[in-house]
Design a protein around this ligand. Sequence first.
Ligand code: WTA
Length: 656
Amino acid sequence: MTQPTIESILKEKRNFPPSAEFAENAIIGSMEKYRELYDAAKADPQGFWAELAEQELHWFQKWDQVLDWQPPHAKWFVNGKINISYNCLDRHLNTWRRNKAAIIWEGEPGDSRTLTYAQLHREVCQMANVYKQLGVKKGDIVGIYMPMIPEAAIAMLACARIGAAHSVIFGGFSSEALRTRLLDAEAKLVVTADGGFRKDKTIPLKPAVDEALRDNGVPSVDNVLVVQRTQEKVHMDAGRDHWWHDLQAGVSANCPAEPMDSEDLLFILYTSGTTGKPKGVVHTTGGYNLYTHITTKWTFDLKETDVYWCTADVGWITGHSYIVYGPLSNGATSLMYEGAPRPSNPGCLWDVVEKYGVSIFYTAPTAIRALIKMGEHHPNARDLSSLRILGTVGEPINPEAWMWYHRVIGGGRCPIVDTWWQTETGGFMLTPLPGAIPTKPGSATLPFPGIMADVVDLEGNPVGENEGGYLVVKHPWPSMMRTVYGDDDRFRRTYWEHIPPKDGQYLYFAGDGARKDEDGYFWVMGRVDDVISVSGHRLGTMEVESALVSHPAVAEAAVVGRPDEVKGEEVVAFVTLEGEYEASDDLSNELKQHVVKEIGAIARPGDIRFTDGMPKTRSGKIMRRLLRNLASGQEVAGDTSTLEDRSVLDKLRSGA
Ligand code: WTA
């Protein structure tokens, strides 16, 4: 088991306070200071956020009201006018930061590029002007399907600059997943590249866009803007497809940032849920800008001289908030990396740390576990002395991996910030502030100031110390999701109705199980719904099941997660075939490939188990708990008395 168990975390007593030297130089340098901020925010949340908004950001026009809370709908900084691209770029230009590296990019295979704030500003303005030429207007949605190259960030900032919203679709998603997301958002323009480099291979992206748009697959898309990256030959549709370098050549670099309403749509980002279709999480401008700004600054104790590196892909929320918007709003140097560790280059991350003197390194537990397997001689052979803070996100980190990270990568001196948050929350919710909060391996520690989190039962009553319950947030926060794009009902149902309001207070339901220990530290245990986490990426079991049953051979499918040492969880699918089909290895491979085609490689089942029937309750519900036990090779535990036909279970057990 790689996920921490309740027993293992109850035994976890290690505690790592920041060193005196670290604390002395930190922005928030003591537990007293943290408590002071936390208490001030709790006593007067609106005053707390208003003061920060005024100090930390540029506004074209000040708000009239800090928060308008009509549960479950929040508006922050009502009638304020702001532009996040202005805050990320323009306001740094009249300072010495003008010529500071905004983005350091390390590409594959072996190329690299640095953009100063002035250079990044110029390219963003040019891309924004190209968007305008292509007919994109304020309020339109632009789909972005890109590899990890600076143009991905440029494309996002260019949207924000003119008030178009972006919907970034992870470059590892299939053409079908791309199509459904573009369709749902009615995207006008798609920004993509010919392809990207990934682990010694090229990944074709433009062909996937062609496939998604084939036969008028997404009628709203008028134009496709293509960045040249791999130089592989791609089809260009005259009239629809344009090379970025062609259009950039003739376009002005003057494009003032559009003053946006604080509540104007900034982006949509699709994420998996418990029902079939991924949901478009909606984020707006002002609150998101403030929250990602301040969480980046305090959680990473950001200094002007830091080289900050988050290894996520811009296709996920971590890339949005903590590669692009949070760091750039602070005028930081944000490193973007196109590569990934692989057998042919197991030390590549440490080469990058050494090459650029990375001081803050932020990655995922699944990556750490993979690096542990590759052996510590790789990091040991590099100079990692520039590192001063390490971070982790995406899933619970097992204490052994935490200790390895701390010892081998951090040299025992770097605080680890284990940040718990979600696509929906926009920014960090539970996290250590590294100069203030002593860390415990496996705990995301305490709420960020201004976040009122708790662990409750299904009636909303707080559970006792070290008792398991549901993680909730009690007060709105600036970067909270505003709704599900085009489906406000689903927003209410998913996040606000599982647990009823308690004493008039609405509770945001995160979908995670957690407990609080005797020091009030949170220990996040993982999802309590049918979402599985493969390498830290959320996958709805329903989504994979829908993909499987869209294959003609499949009559019924049930998907569960099985613990995996590196990936956290792996997809296991139980499949019942249509009468005329026979189980075989070939069919198993075909079904795996079918899922890759429908969703993407991250969803590929590790195992397909053919079965004549599913274990169901008398009311016809598949008993996933039993399937989970079977998938992980455990004895079927707990109550099976509601099972309709016990022989199904016996057959599944014997593998028949
Ligand atoms: C999980 C990623 C434990 C959790 C930012 C959450 C974590 C889901 C942590 C959101 C953490 C994220 N400790 N679990 N530090 N961070 N999770 O939307 O289950 O891709 O609900 O956002 O990841 O995943 P998402």
